[in-house]
Design a protein around this ligand. Sequence first.
Ligand code: CA
Length: 518
Amino acid sequence: MKKNWKKVCGLILAGILGIGILSACGDAQQTAGNGDGSGKITKDPLELTIHLHYWDTTAFDDNWEVFQKAGDITNIYLKGTVSKSATDSKQVFNLMMASGDLPDIIHTTKDNVVKYGTEGAFIPLNDLIEEYAPNIKQFLDENPEARKHMTAPDGNIYGISFIPAGKVSMGYFIRQDWLDKLGLEVPKTVDEFKAVLKAFKEQDPNGNGLQDEIPFFAKNKEEAIRIINLFGGRTDWYAEDGVVHYGLYDPEYKDCMVELAQWYKEGLIDAEIFTRGTKARDELLGGNLGGATHDWMGSTAVYNDQLKEKVPGINFVPIAPPADVNGKVWEEESRPQYGENTWGISMSNKHPEETMQYFDFWFGEVGTKLMNFGIEGEDYTMQDGKPVFTDAILHGDKSVLDALVEKGGQIEIGFRQDFWYEEQWLPQMAKDGMKLYEENGYLAEPFPMLSHTPEEMKVIEEKWPAIETYIQECQQKWLLGAEDPGASFDTYIEKLKSMGMDEVLQVYQAAYDRYQNQ
Ligand code: CA
C-alpha cells in the first residue's frame, strides 16, 4: 500500500506543479477563488469527502450549519465518512487507513499526519500553500513556531493544525472563606501551603464539629502528582539548556515522591485520590469538604456561583502557585500553542488546489469569524465591531462550547481560535486567575509537540506503553504507602533503563534538536 500511495501521489504532484506554473503566469486571482470576485472557489458546487472524528466524541455531521454556510460562500461542501455512532477515534482512523479507501480530506492527530504523510498517503502542502493559501502562508511566515509544529522530519508540511487561543489552562484554587475563618493568609510558599492544608484538616473550617475536611483533592491522580512541582520536580517532558528530560526519570523525582507520600500519610491529600474521578469537585466542594485543588481555571471558577445556596459563603479562588522549595513560583501546565488536531489532503483527492483554497478560507477573516462565533444573527450580532454572542448561546441549557459544536462551530479543524470567543463567557474570576498566571510569567516554557521520523515512532510505539504503565504503577504504590519510594527508587530507574527509557529519551532529543534547527 505504501508504494501505491507514493506512485499515485507523484502523478497528482506533477499535475499540481503544472497548474501552479500556469496560474503563476497568467492569473492573479488566487485569493478571489474562481476569479469572479464572489468568494466562491469553484464555479459549480463541489463536494469533498472528509474523515473527521476526534477525542472519541466528535464526528463530522453533514448537517452542521457552520459548514453549510461555508459551502454557500465557497461553493465547496463537505461530506463526512465516519459514522456518528463511532466512539473510538483511533480505531476508526486505523480502519480507514487499512481499507486503502481514502476520503479527500483526512482530519486526525498531527502524529498520524506526519506518519502517513511521510509514507505518501497525504500530499505535501508546501507548494500549494505558496500558490493557493495566502492567509495560511502569512500566518506561517509570521509564526515560525507554527511552521515548525506543522513540518514533518522530511521537511514537508502534510497538514494544517488547529491553533488554540489562550495560554493559561490550570492553576491552584483554595477556600478563601476557610482561610478567613481560621485567620490564615494565602499561602505563598510550599511550607505555608502545607501548614494551611494541615490547619484545614485539624481546625474544622466547615464548622460541623468533625475532622472531615479533605485538604487537597483533585479530579485525577495527575493533578495530585503535580504537587511535586512544589518540591522542585517535573511530571512531564521538558527541555533545559537544549537537553530533553522526562521529569519522572529525573533523580530529583525520588525525594519528591518521598515528600508527597508523607503528605498523603498525614492526611493532607484525598485518600481516594486514585478513585474519586472527575466528580471530585462536585462531591467535595458540593459537600463543603474540599479545601484546595489544582485544576482548569475556567471550569473551577464556576463553583462559587453554582453552590452559593448549598454551601453558603463558599469562596473558592485561584491563587498564585506557592513558591517551590527553591523559592521559584511557577506553573508546569499550560495550553498548547499549536494543536494536536490537524487536517490534510489525501493522495486520492482530485481537487488539491481547490481543497487548499478551502483550507485557506478557514484562516481568512470570514472563515475565522464563522468557526469561532457561528452564524451571524443567530449565534452572535456585531456590536462596536465585535461579534457578541446572543442570549440563546450565552444562556441556553448547554455550555457555549457545546452549543457551538452542535452546529459545527469551534470544531478543531485547521483554524485560528479567537480568545474573544471564550472571554465572553468565562467567569471574571477565571479571567483574573489567568491574568495572574500569565502576566507574572509563572508558566513554564511549553515543550513542543515534536514530529518523529518513522524510525523514531517505532521506538516510541514499542517501548513507551509499557514504560508508562510501570511508571504509573510505581506512583500509586509510593503515594499510597504500599512501597517506600526512598528504598525502591534505584530499582525503579534500573527497570526503566531495561525497558528502553534511554532510547526513548534519545528519540525525543533527536526530534527536539531537529525542531530547534528547522
Ligand atoms: Ca469539619
